[in-house]
Design a protein around this ligand. Structure first.
Ligand code: SF4
Length: 481
């Protein structure tokens, strides 16, 4: 190894001693900054005695713990002076503890380089270099932090999971080729919390570096892909990289499928960077894209592709609730794609991520919104940090949340619900928005099978799941053709 980093942050042992939030000792290890720092300083002295005076020692700290009674930036300025004095060569300025976990690995709702002003504070009191970290997923943002003299070095955790080649691509000026972390938390910290191996939504190679490799195909094939969502595009990219001739047939006027809609709610804009990356790669690889086009059997017969990948995605599921056919009943997709305008008072049925984000979108645009959810909580299955910021947004906009509640009937201006066994009428409603989930868009393969030897169905077209599975299946389909 080229250096040692002492993890003195995030509520782990060394930080527990340092922080008044957790350190309640009354001996020489507690009570004052100097005493609380003693444990870390003893560790530093011990390591230094073993590695020698010219070996780099880095100390990672939670500068601001963002909890009542926890370390503040002013406390950490003193600590960083002690660390420099103890022979630390670099300070890695992170933030947060487990009680403020949303600040340790912040989601897309948190701004880029959000804590660079905190690392800047440390630079005022030490002469050793300071590393900034936190939602720095773009080399231009990193450069800006450095030129602003807010830090001397940049650390990228998730940026490296999304694209380990980011620094080299930036150095070569290949900015379009960088896959940017979108702050979704799904593949990295959520799986880590579930004690599963880490993946990355935007990079199916992550966590599989030793077994997945894009190698040239033994024979060039003509590959037709039905559907230009993120699964279809990922399949096209990998297949084209392997030397196949690939064409995408997309029935809509743009690529991206439902992912484009996922980027519409407030703070989700960054999801769009993945679509932009995929479209750029398709262009570079010469993938032919047919927009506004349904692939017909006649086209299959005329062109004789070797392989067809079905990536038709999913469409909104509307449950059989009395009144569902009324004109004021919309879907979340209608709202997000702007094909329908909602009135002032809106009831969103379904408090999963799509329903809750659609509610946030409406509330941010001035609507009075209620969410009806049959489970005991909304955002089930959503990473906790993502949920934290979304809940704050819903609360800020006074969105009413009715859990353990089922819709019984929809009327032209009201919704009847069963709330914990009590029938209740929500009156004066202008619109109802369904966000119950999606169903696969099926594609009949029987006739296709008579003309094509290789047919693969991927993503939501096979079974509705999360975007990460769709992208991974697209990647694997491209890899196995
Ligand atoms: S899974 Fe999402 S948050 Fe995690 S590194 Fe990948 S893009 Fe970033």
């Amino acid at each position: 190894f080229d250096a040692v980093e002492i993890h003195g942050a995030h509520g782990y042992l060394v930080n527990q001693f340092m922080s008044p939030f957790s350190n309640k000792r009354i001996d020489q290890y507690g009570g004052t900054i100097l005493n609380r720092a003693r444990f870390a300083l003893e560790i530093i002295a011990n390591i230094r005695s073993k590695v020698g005076s010219d070996f780099p020692l880095i100390y990672r700290m939670s500068v601001n713990e963002f909890v009542e009674g926890g370390l503040t930036t002013e406390d950490s300025k003193v600590i960083s002076m002690l660390l420099e004095n103890a022979g630390i060569d670099l300070i890695h300025a992170s933030n947060g503890v487990y009680a403020s976990t949303e600040t340790i690995i912040p989601p897309t709702a948190v701004g880029h380089a959000w804590s660079a002003n905190i690392s800047e504070e440390l630079k005022k009191v030490v002469s050793i270099p300071v590393i900034a970290v936190g939602r720095i997923n773009d080399p231009l943002i990193a450069e800006s932090v450095l030129r602003s003299k807010q830090a001397d070095m940049i650390s990228m955790g998730r940026g490296s999971l999304a694209d380990p080649h980011l620094p080299n691509k930036a150095q070569a000026g290949q900015f379009d080729d960088i896959i940017r972390c979108i702050g979704c938390l799904q593949g990295c910290i959520q799986r880590n919390a579930q004690q599963l191996p880490i993946k990355c939504l935007v990079n199916p190679m992550t966590g599989h570096e030793s077994e997945r490799q894009i190698t040239p195909a033994s024979r060039e094939k003509k590959v037709f892909i039905i559907g230009g969502g993120i699964a279809g595009m990922e399949a096209a990219i990998v297949a084209a990289q392997r030397g196949h001739k690939v064409e995408i047939f997309e029935k809509n006027s743009r690529l991206g499928g439902q992912w484009v809609l996922a980027a519409i709610p407030p703070t989700k804009e960054e999801l769009g960077s993945f679509t932009v990356w995929q479209v750029n790669q398709l262009n570079k690889l010469g993938v032919i894209v047919h927009l506004n086009t349904d692939l017909t059997l006649e086209m299959i017969r005329d062109n004789q592709p070797d392989s067809v990948i079905i990536a038709t995605g999913a469409s909104p599921f509307v449950p059989n609730i009395p009144g569902k056919e009324l004109g004021h009943v919309l879907t979340a997709n209608d709202i997000l794609q702007g094909s329908a305008q909602a009135g002032k008072r809106v009831v969103v049925i379904g408090g999963g991520l799509v329903g809750s984000e659609t509610a946030a979108h409406l509330a941010n645009h001035g609507h009075d919104v209620s969410i009806i959810e049959m489970n005991s909580d909304i955002f089930v299955g959503t990473p906790s940090a993502t949920k934290h910021y979304l809940m704050k947004d819903l609360q800020h906009h006074n969105v009413a949340i009715l859990t353990n509640t089922q819709v019984k009937e929809i009327h032209s201006d009201a919704v009847v619900v069963d709330n914990n066994g009590q029938l209740q009428t929500l009156a004066a409603i202008d619109n109802v928005v369904m966000a119950i989930g999606s169903r696969p868009v099926s594609f009949s393969v029987e006739e296709l099978e008579q003309h094509v030897s290789e047919i693969v169905t991927i993503g939501d077209a096979q079974k509705v799941r999360k975007a990460m599975e769709a992208v991974e299946e697209g990647y694997l389909a491209g890899l196995t053709l």
